[in-house]
Design a protein around this ligand. Sequence first.
Ligand code: HEC
Ligand code: HEC
Length: 451
Amino acid sequence: MAKNLLLFLSLFTFFIISCSDDVMHVSDLDVKLEKSVRDAAPDNSLDYWVLHNSKDLENIPQDPRNPLTPSKVELGNFLFFETGIALDNKFDAGKQTYSCSSCHIAEADFKPGRMQGIGDGGFGTGNVGETRLKHESYPGAADLDVQGIRPLTVLNVAYSAKNTQWNGSFGSGHANEGFEHRFSDDVDAGLALNNLGYEGLETQLQEGFSLHRFKMDPAIADSLGYIELFDAAFPDVPVEERYSPLNVALAMAAYLRTINTTEAPFQKWLKGDKYALTDQEKRGALLMFTKANCTSCHSGPAFSDTRFFAIGVNNLDELATFVDEPRALNKNFGRGFFTGNADDLHKFKVPTLYNLTGTPFYFHGSSKRSLREVVEYFNDAIPENPDVPTELIASNFKPLGMTESEIDDLTAFLANGLDDPTVERYKPSYLPSGLCFPNNDIVSRREHGCD
Ligand code: HEC
Ligand code: HEC
């Protein structure tokens, strides 16, 4: 009896100790992390970092000229994946074979699965776009729809939508205030659209509609089964203007503003689930907000910003690519190409840090192939591109002195803590046209199981 009691007591004590040990351990790290996350928020709150749920249309950041409604988001969701509108194809083989999601593939965190995406003129998809190739009937790179820079993800774009693209050239206000003299097609195609006064996302997608070779008119909307969807989304627009490229752009922008990475473990941690992150990821998060100083540039709920910095990475043309035309090379100049100021050369948009594992291509020139390499690059702070003058490099791009295990911790936080593994939920299960997507060429159709 006494023996049993002793056993019971020792087991009980063991349980209490191990339990409280665990609780102490978790909470100590949580307390530290919570303090650093609050300190980095302008209002000292955890809520500041919480991304808006896709259904929270009232509070998602939006362009007052393009208010979010469920019908507009639904229309934009279909159109973003719609291959039926791919009707401004350069050669016959491209007709109705591509979509916005040729280069922003849901399964690849809305990137193309290769360092350069191909829209019109490409064929094949593979699992995540990694095997998409140039179609033989498109003679040269200049005939393809490709860009001379690695595609940005469109996840969380609502949080940096006032000025979009790596050089922030779209959007009439915010960072672009004072640069109205650059809102001209003489500077770069489509920039005159900034004069319409929309935010960056709404402006860019008007340009993107023609750049990526789409068409829309009442007959097309009708033939693809979209009339009712446009009617519901734009009831106040006169019917003769309703089925238009502008409304395609506005609906797509509305949809893109809702596709936020709200199911990432760090988001769950912010909302109170302290077990959503492992201890290693918490240590990594703590580094990101403190010693590694990442949030001095990656600010805002999506760790993305409409500020521009030079961190001296290589351009895409250092690697074998499809594009060598002057317009593509202009992309290498970053923000400076848009503003026309030498001080802004080689500065690029601060991209979101959520969902970084869908493709192994990092930085605007795809110069890094793994997240650990990216973290090491910031830790060493040695610019890799000799063409970027030292005086242009951001002053807070400096050696961090992290140990190997700290580098591991920060990498683990980026790879897992900031990864929403369910972003495929933002992909429709069918299209009103009934066509195959994201690509609809013969090879992709077979790969997607459409035939
Ligand atoms: C041929 C590949 C390709 C296609 C097709 C494509 N994109 Fe992109 N997308 C890119 C590239 C490359 C960038 C980065 C360009 C830059 O910043 O200069 C980009 C950037 C963007 C951005 C800016 C994100 C940010 O954070 O600033 C948005 C939004 C976007 N694309 C939406 C779309 C939409 C909507 C469509 C269809 C109308 C589309 N894209 C079609 C390649 C593509
Ligand atoms: C000086 C400002 C600055 C600091 C500090 C900074 N970043 Fe960045 N980060 C950027 C900019 C700007 C880019 C895009 C650069 C480019 O591609 O030209 C970027 C790109 C990245 C990318 C690549 C994302 C992609 O889509 O390719 C990752 C990952 C990243 N940063 C993580 C971090 C981490 C982790 C830290 C802290 C160790 C950090 N950054 C510190 C400005 C900064």
